[in-house]
Design a protein around this ligand. Structure first.
Ligand code: KDG
Length: 316
């Protein structure tokens, strides 16, 4: 099957407290499916492209319901393996009145057994873009080896790729993250990360210097985000800045992935880097303006956000 995107990682069942903004007092929870890579895949699907997502899910009910959720979004899930382990989960409060606090139930999960042999060359040779993240590197050594393998294979096959640093400090230390992620932050079409994540991985506080170094290491487009504030980027040594649209942010979780998905979809559809970043920031802002990782992801055709939605965000 020919796909626009191939991505893999851990998807989680996210339990969000619904009767209290603290897990300490909540008795009721809503469950949704999320996860950095699957969020990117869903964004591409909503925008009218063909993404394929691989993971290992447990032979359990959470695995089954998540598979259905992802499939219902039009993402190809036919490669997902069911294994004899459990499907990961995350528990959080809504963040309506208190800061979001998360707990993971994922150590030793089904997805943490992902290994390089899972990623066949044919998955990569039949896609236009590979997307991976630092989260898969944090969940296990075999996850990190799989990311390395996939990025190297994609490069050898001439398939464009992206890598989102995505440091999860509840999963590993900054020191361990730097050791593993720095070698991987090279030779990709698109490197994405928050300012703090770039600082950890590149060991510097100077955004321009970091982005120039990323370009020198073969990351053609290096993008440094900072929530809803000014975004910095550099293409082949040319530095620029862009301001994301302002929205009332109610739940930023997942907005970074929608941003990444919007950028990838834009680049695949022939937008300039600046236009693709603008499209990504519209997707990110819309997700931040609603609760849940998928709720606000906009719709579109052929990889481009629908014009009416763009006009609404821009206030025209
Ligand atoms: O980027 C949003 C993700 O943080 C969320 O969906 C859960 O993948 C996740 C993680 O590992 O934190």
């Amino acid at each position: 099957m020919n796909t626009d995107l191939f991505t893999f990682g851990e998807a989680l069942s996210v339990f969000i407290s619904s009767d209290s903004d603290s897990v300490m007092s909540a008795e009721k929870y809503e469950r949704v499916t999320a996860g950095a890579e699957v969020n990117v895949a869903v964004t591409l699907s909503r925008l009218g492209l063909k993404p394929q997502y691989f993971s290992r899910f447990g032979n359990d009910q959470l695995g089954s319901v998540m598979l259905e959720d992802i499939k219902a979004e039009g993402v190809d899930v036919t490669l997902i393996k069911r294994v004899n382990s459990f499907t990961a989960a995350m528990v959080r409060n809504s963040g309506k009145t208190a800061p979001v606090e998360i707990s993971y139930l994922r150590k030793g999960s089904a997805a943490s057994t992902i290994e390089p042999e899972d990623i066949l060359d044919s998955y990569l040779s039949s896609t236009r873009w590979l997307h991976t993240t630092g989260i898969t590197c944090a969940i296990s050594n075999s996850g990190a080896a799989t990311v390395k393998h996939a990025l190297q294979k994609a490069a050898a096959l001439g398939v464009k790729s992206s890598f989102d640093l995505n440091i999860r400090r509840k999963l590993w230390s900054e020191e361990d993250a730097k050791k593993v992620l720095f070698p991987l932050a090279s030779n990709v079409e698109l490197l994405i990360g928050g300012e703090d994540e770039y600082q950890v991985v590149f060991g510097s506080n100077e955004p321009k210097k970091i982005l120039a170094e990323a370009n020198k290491r073969g990351c053609k487009i290096a993008v440094m985000t900072k929530g809803d504030q000014m975004m910095r980027y550099s293409i082949d040594g040319n530095y620029a800045e862009i301001n994301p649209p302002k929205v009332v942010a109610v739940d930023p979780v997942g907005s970074g992935d929608a941003f990444t998905g919007g950028v990838i979809a834009g680049l695949l559809s022939g937008l300039s880097v600046e236009q693709a970043l603008e499209q990504g920031s519209i997707c990110g802002a819309l997700v931040a303006s609603m609760f849940g990782d998928w709720t606000g992801i906009p719709t579109g055709k052929l990889g481009l956000v629908d014009k009416e939605i763009i006009a609404k965000v821009r206030g025209n």
